[in-house]
Design a protein around this ligand. Structure first.
Ligand code: AHG
Ligand code: MN
Ligand code: MN
Length: 337
């Protein structure tokens, strides 16, 4: 019997406790944080699943069936994650896509700093297409005796203690890494538990699929334009042309690539000359997962995880996915320099 079979009925909680000593020694703080995020994910998942009906009822007034005012789901998800992170006293500072400023918590001596995108792909929610939540966790650099500062948050992605995402799809999945491979869990709604699905996800080395918003090709770097032209040429030997898959929600597109392989690209374009996707709560956590699964994550000149961040909401170009796919793109990028 394989290890995977032995583990297949483990809950997220059990898995985290079993792994605890491997990733945070005796303190258990990171484990607690991951469990708190898991709880918030279940609450958001419940709300995402009933969003269609809530919106329908919401048209008749500002209150839903429970007498609560109908909130936009990204605000709801933001609130849930913030309260999950605040409850344990472990987090000193959090940074959300939904807040311009970083948020200092009362527990300013907490050891961890968390970045998150509460609802990724939120424009998809009204049309019943998958969305997600992304999180990225750092241990603060300064001593716990002083309040954490912005410099504690601005660390390169390869210093992440953990990162992950929740995908609210045809089922809800939580995928995370603490730097020892990538594990995934599927929410069983009948018992309200995330159950272990895979404890060592490996991304295929090559798949003839790509994922990019081709509508924004004006302003792409020449190497990207040449690469996209190359992958559309017919050459059965190299499995060209590749197939295009683009959902428009980074979590969903990269979840597919994690499991099936291929490449995700969000290059600079005319409207976004430095890229659109946010380094600290989109590119770094997704890049960490992809690298831990054996893939590559580049910004066009180097590893995304080695970028030294200058500000909490900065953006970066993104090229990530299967190793061979990304290496081929990098050939085109370096040739055009
Ligand atoms: P968010 O909903 O958190 O603002 O993120 C949307 C992002 C990302 O999920 C997706 O990959 C990208 O925007 C899609 O952008 P385009 O519509 O420009 O293709
Ligand atoms: Mn997003
Ligand atoms: Mn978002």
């Amino acid at each position: 019997m394989t290890q995977k079979n032995v583990n297949h009925m483990l809950t997220l909680e059990e898995f985290i406790i079993r792994s605890q000593n491997r990733f945070d020694g005796a303190t258990g703080e990171l484990s607690q944080l991951l469990r708190d995020i898991g709880l918030a994910a279940k609450i958001v998942s419940r709300e995402v699943n009933k969003a269609g009906i809530t919106n329908l009822l919401g048209q008749y007034g500002s209150q839903n069936v429970h007498g609560e005012s109908v909130k936009k789901l990204d605000v709801f998800a933001d609130d849930q994650i913030k309260s999950a992170l605040a409850r344990s006293g472990i987090v000193s500072m959090m940074i959300s896509e939904e807040s311009n400023e970083l948020i200092r918590l009362e527990s300013s001596s907490g050891n961890y700093i968390v970045f998150f995108d509460p609802l990724d792909g939120s424009s998809n929610i009204d049309v019943n297409v998958s969305v997600g939540t992304i999180f990225s966790i750092y241990r603060r650099k300064s001593s716990r005796d002083v309040p954490a500062e912005e410099s504690d948050a601005l660390q390169p992605g390869d210093k992440q203690s953990a990162a992950g995402y929740v995908l609210y799809g045809s089922s809800t999945m939580l995928v995370y890494t603490t730097g020892m491979g990538v594990s995934s869990f599927t929410l069983d709604p009948s018992i309200g538990e995330f159950m272990l699905s895979d404890d060592d996800i490996r991304i295929p080395d090559f798949t003839p699929q790509y994922s990019i918003n081709e509508g924004y090709s004006s302003g792409w770097p020449g190497g990207v334009r040449d690469y996209i032209a190359y992958i559309k040429q017919v050459d059965p030997e190299t499995e060209r042309p590749y197939s295009l898959r683009y959902i428009g929600s980074m979590v969903s597109d990269l979840h597919r690539i994690l499991l099936l392989g291929g490449i995700f690209l969000y290059p600079p374009n005319v409207s976004n000359p430095h890229g659109k996707l946010r380094l600290m709560y989109e590119c770094n956590p997704m890049g960490y997962i992809i690298e831990q699964a054996g893939g590559l994550a580049f910004d066009g000149s180097g590893r995304i995880l080695e970028i030294n961040p200058q500000s909490i909401h900065q953006t970066a170009p993104v090229y990530m996915g299967s190793r061979s796919n990304v290496e081929k793109l990098m050939e085109f990028l370096s040739r055009s320099k």
